[in-house]
Structure formats: C-alpha cells, structure tokens
Design a protein around this ligand. Sequence first.
Ligand code: 5GP
Length: 191
Amino acid sequence: MEQLKDIIKQQGEALSNEVLKVDTFLNQQVDPNLMEAIAQEFFLKFQDLNITKVLTIESSGIAPAVFTAKAFNVPLIILKKEQSSTLNKEDVYSSEVFSFTKNKSYQLFTNKKLIKEDDQILFIDDFLANGQAVLGTLKLLENTSAKLSAIGIVIEKSFQKGRQLVEESNIPIHSLARIKRLDKDIIEFID
Ligand code: 5GP
C-alpha cells in the first residue's frame, strides 16, 4: 500500500535493526484518514470471506481494527490483557502469549458470549513481528468453534519469524507494508 509506505518513510523511526517507531500515525497518535484507507484495503482483499467479526488485541491494533470492522459492517472484539473483574473464570476464553519485545508472557481474555460458533473472524493487528500475538489468538479460538478466516497486518517485519509461522498455519494473510530490513534510520520494503 503506497500511501502507507510513504507515511512510514516520512514519519517512521527505525530505532534499531528490530524496532520501528510509528507513534505519529498509528501507536500514540492516529491518522484517521490513513486508518480509513487501511480498512478499505482489508475490505477489498477479504470481502468474499463472509467475515462476521473483526478481532484484535488491546491496544495498538484497535485503531485499524475499528475502521476495518466499520468497513465490513461487523462488530469488533478486543482481546483483553487483564481479566475483567465483572466476569468469572468460567465465563472467559483465555490463552497465553509470549512477548519477545517485553520478554515476558501475558494472558489474553475474552467474554465467551462474544464469540459464536459460526463466527468467521478477521484478525487485525498493527505489527507482525514474531507472530506470538497471532498464535495466542489462534490458541484462544481453538477453545471455540469459530474460525480464524484471515489475518490483516498493517506493518509486517518480514525478517522476523511471524510471517513464516502464519504461513505454516495456512490462514490467508495480507500485510499492507512488508519491511525486509531495518537499521538505525534505514527502512527497506519488500517491493
Ligand atoms: P508479535 O507477537 O508478532 O511478536 O508482536 C506483536 C506485537 O508487538 C504487535 O502487536 C505490536 O504491538 C508489537 N510490536 C512488535 N514489533 C514492533 C515494532 O517494531 N514497533 C512497534 N511499535 N510495535 C511492535
């Protein structure tokens, strides 16, 4: 997606050979026009899959996921990283995710009532790095009869192992910007 790549080139900051900072349009400040265009791209790609819900993990995926849910005219489910005090353990689905960025594990939770057995789910996230967020989501959905139909990623760091892990799962994936190399002040895209 050229518009996205241009914004990454102008405003993204490669902090190291692993971390890209996108605080001005995606993570801390959000560009709503860009989010709308991103949602449209995901809609064009996955409109034939009969998506019934969009799903993301709090918090950085929420902005693109809300716009995507609006484009598909379906609800958005936000997986929480802390269990809600208003729900009992037996009322939630959960799974564990290991974050390489933070070097620690965390749990994902959602209210069982939100996921129906015939749901066809589109997972949206801001970044694909080592793929642990996607795998944690897949694990959580294994407790349900719903299907993870497709994965939409705003920025994929293709040199990390997430892409390969997702491809092994055979779930269709579409990443709007694919980065092949990062280094201090260097951002190189695949095509
Ligand atoms: P993964 O589970 O694929 O390793 O990483 C997923 C999460 O880590 C993303 O949802 C994102 O929030 C965060 N993340 C991974 N790499 C980066 C990065 O280079 N920049 C930013 N801003 N977040 C990242």
